[in-house]
Design a protein around this ligand. Structure first.
Ligand code: EPZ
Length: 442
């Protein structure tokens, strides 16, 4: 039986919550542990659906793991028991493709099912496959599965057409034990990638990150046990920051790191949102004066993250004037705005690049820019979450709207945010989880 959240809007969010470890760092680090037969300890791992799926995927090829305390994971893969990730994991998340390198290193071959993840664009894996081939693997796609084989991967010079996060991670995990040196040009350098590099270095890898988006990996023959603490989730931190500002509230997000959120904080300051950097995190608040419109473009790091876009568009609906958002990372990431329009938001989508520079989606028939007219009062509604990051912005929308909203499709938010219901409750939101007609948690 499907459950949903019921939220009565109009209450400022107040108090403090602790941000969890980053999903997009932890899941990759779990995969990295497959590169050694020794034991790795990962701390600050978020207890979310995506972590569970990633653990199940890795377990299917030989990972043994135990939770130690609430957020620490002991990971050990003495032996790869099979190089095949079962087809049952097809469509669940983006992780299986990252197993190609570790499985090839430890077994000589890998069989990976088709990928999944949020439906926010085509999300091809051509960069991953071309990179693996450049490193010496033979890769074939047959019957919805990738078959890769190599006796030994070797170093290569790989220039990515776009600084893809997943492809950069895939090359790191594949080149780290390849014979010789690999150069990734036009690499992604998101903090989650640097965190993966740090874990790999603790395991014995030699990796340089140059200032010009070049990552140099000197292959080593063996990796070892390591202990690592996952960085905190800057997407969750920013989302709660916006939830505080938009509801006229005051929230300390403990563990939010200024260094990972510079661009977000600059944009928040430009619209007039309040924040204060504390030793233990960041306090977000509404300053009491009206907020100013803004034009934002999403970009790869250190630009404005595509995963900050959805809560920021929500904020734009409450800003006085016309704001613009140009999405340049994914071609189809505004589907969630339909439900917001039903609640009263005035959001218009455009196929043009409404930004300082044309992006890859110019003249390609994708609605990848939006203009938001605010402020618009929002009315409660029965809404269904289409993807993970949209999910958080729906929770914010319901927290702002007049009346009681039902937010369905909560498995998406539970996939990526740890204890999300409890965190909103800690901040005094009127939220409960319902299943059919009965209250489950309140
Ligand atoms: C990661 O996705 C994150 N997912 C995404 O977060 C995040 O939005 C994205 O990076 C950008 O920061 C995980 O870490 C699990 P990409 P990823 O490869 O690695 C194109 C969330 O909600 N591309 O950087 O899949 C691609 O289509 C998720 O947590 C190719 O064309 O993103 C996209 O337009 C959503 N060919 C762009 O590059 C390829 O082979 C960026 O994708 C690979 C990518």
């Amino acid at each position: 039986m499907a459950s949903y959240y019921e939220i009565e809007g109009g209450k400022p969010l107040e108090g403090h919550i602790r941000v969890s470890g980053a999903k997009n760092a932890a899941t990759k680090q779990i995969v990295a542990s497959l590169l050694t037969e020794e034991e790795c300890l990962l701390r600050n791992v978020p207890r979310i659906g995506d972590t569970k799926v990633t653990l199940d995927i890795c377990k299917s090829v030989g990972l043994q793991y135990t939770w130690s305390g609430y957020e620490d994971l002991i990971l050990c893969t003495p032996q790869i028991t099979t190089p095949e990730v079962p087809v049952a994991f097809s469509g669940l998340n983006r992780i299986p493709i990252l197993l190609l390198g570790p499985l090839i290193h430890r077994y000589g071959k890998a069989v990976i099912p088709m990928l999944g993840g949020c439906n926010i664009g085509e999300r091809p894996v051509d960069f991953h496959i071309q990179a693996l081939e450049a490193l010496g693997a033979k890769v074939v796609f047959e019957e919805d599965r990738y078959f890769a084989i190599a006796d030994q991967l070797h170093g290569a010079i790989i220039e990515l057409p776009f600084p893809s996060v997943g492809a950069t991670e895939n090359i790191l995990l594949s080149a780290v034990m390849a014979k010789g040196t690999t150069f990734i040009k036009n690499a992604a350098t998101e903090p989650e990638i640097i965190d993966l590099v740090m874990m790999l270095q603790k395991m014995g890898a030699i990796i340089y990150v140059d200032v010009d988006r070049t990552i140099v990996i000197e292959g080593v023959s063996k990796l070892y046990a390591a202990k690592h603490t996952v960085i905190n989730d800057r997407i969750e931190a920013a989302s709660f920051g916006i939830a505080a500002v938009i509801t006229g509230g005051n929230v300390i997000v403990e563990g939010a790191k200024q260094a990972h959120m510079l661009t977000f904080l600059n944009r928040l300051r430009q619209v007039g949102g309040g924040f204060e950097i504390l030793d233990r995190g960041i306090r977000f608040y509404h300053p009491g004066t009206s907020l100013k419109p803004i034009a934002i473009e999403t970009d790869v790091h250190p630009g404005f993250m595509t995963d900050w876009q959805q809560p920021f568009v929500m904020l734009m609906t409450q800003i006085d004037g016309l704001s613009v958002l140009h999405e340049t990372v994914y071609e189809n990431r505004f589907g969630y705005t339909d439900e917001l329009r039903r609640m009263g938001a005035e959001i218009q989508l455009y196929k043009q690049c409404l930004g300082e520079r044309p992006c890859r989606f110019r003249n390609r028939d994708y609605e990848h820019s939006c203009v938001v007219k605010g402020p618009t009062p929002l009315q409660a509604a029965d809404i269904t979450i289409p993807d993970l990051r949209a999910g958080f912005s729906y929770l914010i929308a319901a927290a702002v709207a007049k009346g009681v909203s039902q937010v369905r499709g909560i498995q998406y938010v539970e996939r990526g945010y740890s204890n999300i219901l409890e965190k909103f409750q800690e901040l005094n939101a009127n939220i409960c989880q319902r299943q059919d007609d009965s209250v489950k948690i309140n």
